[in-house]
Structure formats: structure tokens, C-alpha cells
Design a protein around this ligand. Structure first.
Ligand code: C5P
Length: 223
């Protein structure tokens, strides 16, 4: 089964406080986006499309392998993935959508997602258990609900889809509706989403503390 990877890398990284787009920030001397692309290729994806900030296209091209396709991202993650999806070749049977912000995702996670798609799942996400009690609050900060944490999962990327399912779900999503991940887009279209085991090393780099932890991981502290 042929698979195309999309990397959402068009974010600004304001929360990281960096002097460049987050995906170009170095980790172990290599930009986050280059780690994310390598994970997809090493895990079994055939080709990769990366959504980048329009103003930084040349800087991204300079740090990515030949053959990686770049597209101009949008103002939101949903818009960036939509733009990348339009550049995915029609022949691709599966599409895996990954965040540049998860640079140390092991290729084995990609392989697990691909295996689930090969087994017939229309959509699959890598997940981890929730170890903290997790609550909902109202606007005033008062706890309104505490779901049984045994039923909760933290969702990571790459998220895998049948290409047709993902394209149809994005086509059906009204302009202006912004969702935080792609599984939410296909669920909005009524498609069931399966799960495979995620990995703690696929943690998201959002603030400077996360980047410091990732540097330790690269330096060889057991993940
Ligand atoms: O902001 P957040 O960390 O949730 O972004 C997740 C991923 O989405 C990042 O890899 C970021 O580069 C990407 N993104 C994007 N286009 C945007 C905003 C975020 O590709 N407009």
C-alpha cells in the first residue's frame, strides 16, 4: 500500500520564543522539521509533502532531502493540512499527517499506523494513557466533570487515514471551522477512528522546557 506523509510545519512557534519558525529550530543540530520528515520515511512512508510558512520556503528547502514537496501553509493548522492534502498525489492509498512539533517520534509508531491501515482501518491515531486525573472546568475555573481517566487517551501524530476518507472529510469541513487534529476532521464526517500505541518519545515541543527535554533525549538519556 503506497503511503504519503504530510508534515504540518507552518506554525510560528511563538510559545517557544524562538527567532525563527518552530519547525526550523535546531534539536541536536538538526531542524525539527528534518527529524519529522526522517521519521516518516524511516517508518515506511513513500514520499512527503511539508506545509511551510510562505516567507520561509527557501530555508525549509535547504534543510530537507531532495524529493520532499513543499507547499505554502495557512493561518491555522487546519488550513495548512488542507493545502498539503491538495498536493498529495492521487495514487497514494494512505496519508499520514504528522506534526513537525513531534521531532523524536520513533519510526516504529509510523509502522504501527501503517499496519493498522493495511489491516483495513479507515483512520487510526497513536495514543497514550492519561496518568493524571483530568477534569473539565467552566469559565470561572470550577470543575464541572471528571471523566474516568481509564477511558481517556492522549492523542499523538502521525495520524493515518485512507486518502479518500481524509480528502472527503476535509471537503465536507466548512471553511472557518478549525480543529486541532485530523482525526477530529474525519470524526466530524462520521468516520470511526481506531487507535494504536503511541510513544512517550513522540512528545510535542511547545515551550522551551520541552525543547530542553528533547535535547536530553537526543544526548542519550533513556526516553
Ligand atoms: O501550534 P501547535 O503546536 O499545535 O501546532 C502543531 C503543528 O501544526 C506544528 O508542527 C505547526 O508547525 C503546525 N501548524 C501549521 N500551520 C499553522 C499552525 C500550526 O502547519 N498555521
Amino acid at each position: 500500500m503506497s503511503a504519503v506523509g504530510i508534515v504540518a510545519a507552518a506554525g510560528s512557534g511563538l510559545r517557544l520564543g524562538a527567532d525563527r519558525p518552530k519547525a526550523l529550530v535546531p534539536l541536536g543540530g538538526r531542524p525539527l522539521v528534518a527529524w519529522a520528515v526522517a521519521t516518516l520515511l524511516d517508518g515506511g512512508v513513500d514520499e512527503v509533502v511539508v506545509a511551510v510558512p510562505a516567507a520561509d520556503r527557501d530555508a525549509f528547502a535547504a534543510v530537507l532531502p531532495d524529493g520532499v514537496r513543499l507547499v505554502e501553509g495557512g493561518a491555522t493548522r487546519t488550513a495548512s493540512v488542507r493545502a498539503a492534502l491538495a498536493a498529495v498525489p492521487r495514487e497514494g492509498a494512505a496519508v499520514l499527517v504528522h506534526d513537525a512539533a513531534r521531532p523524536l517520534t520513533p519510526p516504529a509508531v509510523v509502522a504501527r499506523v501503517l499496519d493498522a491501515l493495511r489491516a483495513g482501518a479507515p483512520a487510526v491515531v497513536p495514543v497514550l494513557p492519561v496518568v493524571d486525573t483530568t477534569v473539565a472546568v467552566d469559565a470561572g475555573g470550577t470543575v464541572t466533570a471528571a471523566p474516568d481517566r481509564a477511558t481517556l487517551r492522549r492523542v499523538q501524530t502521525p495520524q493515518g487515514f485512507s486518502r479518500r476518507v481524509l480528502v472527503e472529510a476535509y471537503d465536507a469541513l466548512p471553511d472557518g471551522v478549525e480543529l486541532t487534529d485530523d482525526a477530529a476532521v474525519v470524526r466530524a464526517a462520521g468516520v470511526p477512528v481506531g487507535t494504536v500505541a503511541g510513544d512517550e518519545r513522540a512528545a510535542k515541543v511547545t515551550v522551551a522546557h520541552d525543547l530542553a527535554l528533547a535535547e536530553l533525549q537526543v544526548a542519550g538519556i533513556p526516553g
